[in-house]
Design a protein around this ligand. Sequence first.
Ligand code: ZN
Length: 246
Amino acid sequence: MGKPLVALLTGAGISTDSGIPDYRGPNGLWRRDPGAEKLVTYDAYMADPEVRRRSWLMRAEIGALDARPNAAHLAVAELERGGTPVRVLTQNVDGLHQLAGLPDRKVIELHGTAREVTCTRCHARSAMAEALSRVAGGEPDPACRVCGGVLKAATVMFGERLDPEVLGRAMAVAKGCEVFVAVGTTLQVQPAAALAGIAVEHGARLIIVNAEETPYDPLAEEVVREPIGTALPALLRRIAADAPRA
Ligand code: ZN
């Protein structure tokens, strides 16, 4: 028998040390500013070229492509490199788990990725960096190079459904893992809350690393309130050492 599968569900809190604020959570930037929320709401984005122009400019200004993985992302990649089977289910769209060295196939991006764009008509994908350089070069609302359709970030916007295939893979991981670590997520929005619940129902040990209380704290074997950048590396070293090898 190999080592038990460790699932990590990561939310905005794991990326704040990388300079990426919480955009999407219940108290995130998008929710606090209705004008900004429109820029990432599917219907408004599709209906109005002006919304799209502002959306591309906002992405250029945020500079999210320049963000670097922090100690917490690196610790997750280190756990995997050390031989522990790891899957990451992330609510984040920043791609920092992969930049830290975790293989693509071990990361399930529940809300897609802001490192790519997708065509809303032909679904061709290309790099966000390329789209932003077209914006900088004078195309305020760059169209798909294949079919001329409207391009958008390859993220799940408000008003869009999660990809059922992605969600299915995430649920399978939640069912099959033996340790489920929720990091930097309030566990108040779906599907994050449901995934934690499924993991517990299927017998996983739940560990929560989050600054604030979550509705799942009473079900957790351990709740860690210390800063993620130091607490998570320490926790993952302990998990790697504890895991039975026989
Ligand atoms: Zn297209």
